[in-house]
Ligand binder design. Structure first.
Ligand SMILES: *Cc1c(COP(=O)(O)O)cnc(C)c1O
Length: 478
């Protein structure tokens, strides 16, 4: 039976425990003791669910993959789940057709079912409360994913002034009796430290706390699927022959999405270069170019907010692989990062990483220009995160076919789109997506239309200091 261990230690746990715990007790992230091998083959020409099932079974034995995936992707607005569309010279993989129009749906539809199955097996009768601190996209995708899942409740804390009207509306109107959202008078960091405080002092003996953060292996594994199905689509349409390498350009924040691509490559998918695109928050870009990670810099607020991040947690897993599983080494680096705010890796680790990645940092101005020129030349409107990946593809100038991962619908960022395309009268309001739809002459995704007319189910806004009480009251009333 395949086991998991922490990137910072040797003790082993089962796949179910790895998913249920989310993070190892020593602060490390769970990785499988050996990487499953799944060379590309005709099997990858199956439906998205069939391919996902194959990957889930290889990574998470012990779960009933077929049951977990049953009907999951029916909430997507296309049967292909993640369509690959040709836009001029590039192949754009649209990951945003899920129920909240963000790529996080692909994994956050699956994680709650994994958690439920693991909980039933490992701790029957225990209730699970999932706490989320969100600056936007994760909150609505997570609440949607957990909505209606028995035995689990999910609560998202968001900065009441720090998110867009569309993002807020998506959360405060989310139906499902077991999910809720609550605004914090403060910024994202206040919400995040509040959640950490609650985790540090557990609230009740028979309610366990969990997180939906992308460090959970259960959020990483479903994402491996779209690297395979995109490759399969390129083979099917005759762009490549099976076995030829393909590059992938990925808009990167916490390093989860692109790490799934790296895992696919090392499982046997013919991936060439992984192009890591960051925005002005370029700690990761600097690391991939120099081997020095330095978080001692201010966090810039950009037009691609889901990539506004200083510490990319999932990088720890790549480091573990690049040093051949030397947990003591990884542990040292992470301690340095926490204490001093920076670390430098050895030359051999740096070389190993450079074999698979190139990286680029894309400013807001470059992103806006990219959106405009692609729209003018090809009539295709892409969101600011996707624009960073597109710019990355151009900067890398590879001669292989390149898949650009598109992580959000442009209708989630109407103001930035209006700025790029010169549309007037699109402000930060709940009906901004509709206005953008009119300006583009394109239909708005169902998940984002009519937000202003939906009933507000979660109106609460509280002081950051009251988060503990708020959670306690929720647990008492459960
Ligand atoms: C979360 C997110 C990203 C970054 O993905 P990571 O897995 O954190 O690297 C990119 N784009 C969008 C729209 C996102 O929501």
């Amino acid at each position: 039976m395949m086991m998991y261990q922490s990137t910072r230690g040797a003790a082993q746990v089962s796949p179910m425990q790895a998913v249920y715990e989310g993070m190892a007790p020593d602060g490390g992230l769970y990785v499988p003791t050996h990487l499953p091998q799944l060379p590309y083959g005709d099997w990858a020409q199956g439906t998205f669910v069939q391919v996902a099932q194959r990957i889930l079974s290889a990574w998470l034995p012990g779960f009933d993959a077929a049951a977990v995936l049953q009907g999951v992707y029916e909430a997507f607005d296309t049967p292909q789940v993640v369509p690959l569309v040709q836009v001029g010279p590039a192949h754009v993989l649209e990951l945003f057709h899920g129920p909240t129009a963000a790529f996080k749906d692909v994994a956050l539809c699956v994680l709650p079912r994994l958690l439920k199955a693991a909980g039933q097996q490992l701790h029957p009768g225990t209730r699970l409360l999932v706490l989320i601190a969100t600056s936007g996209d994760t909150g609505s995708a997570a609440l949607h994913g957990f909505s209606g899942v028995e035995g689990i409740r999910a609560l998202a804390f968001y900065p009441s002034k720090g998110i867009s009207a569309v993002q807020r509306a998506q959360m405060v109107t989310m139906p499902g009796g077991n999910v809720a959202a609550c605004g914090i008078q403060g910024n994202f960091d206040d919400a995040q430290s509040g959640v950490k405080r609650i985790f540090a002092a557990p609230i009740s003996a028979d309610v366990r706390l969990s997180s939906a953060n992308s460090i959970n292996i259960g959020r990483l594994v479903p994402q491996i699927t779209y690297y395979y199905t995109a490759y399969a689509q390129l083979v099917r349409q005759g762009t490549i022959r099976a076995g030829e390498r393909v590059d992938y350009a990925v808009p990167t924040g916490n390093f989860g999405d692109i790490l799934a691509g790296w895992l696919a490559k090392h499982m046997g998918l013919p991936v060439g270069t992984l192009i890591c695109a960051t925005n002005a928050n370029d700690a990761l870009d600097v690391f991939l170019r120099t081997g020095v990670y330095d978080r001692r810099r201010p966090l810039a607020r950009t037009l691609s907010p889901s990539m506004d991040i200083l510490v990319s947690s999932n990088l720890e897993r790549l480091l573990w692989y690049a040093c051949d599983g030397d947990s003591a080494y990884v542990s040292d680096l992470m301690t340095q990062l926490a204490r001093e705010g920076h670390y430098a890796v050895s030359a051999s680790v740096r070389e190993r990483i450079a074999q698979d990645f190139v990286s680029v940092s894309v400013s807001d101005a470059q992103g806006l220009m990219q959106i405009q020129s692609v729209y003018r030349q090809h009539g295709y409107a892409m969101d600011p995160h996707t624009a960073a990946a597109w710019a990355g593809r151009e900067a890398a100038q590879g001669n292989r076919p390149c898949v650009v991962l598109s992580t959000a619908s442009p209708f989630k960022f109407p103001q930035a789109m209006a700025q790029a395309l010169g549309f007037a009268g699109i402000d930060d309001t709940v009906d901004a997506a509709e206005r953008l739809g009119q300006a583009l002459g394109q239909p708005v995704p169902v998940s984002l239309s009519g937000l202003g007319q939906r009933p507000v189910l979660h109106p609460d806004v509280i002081e950051a200091g009251d988060m503990d009480d708020y959670v306690r009251r929720m647990v008492d009333a459960w």
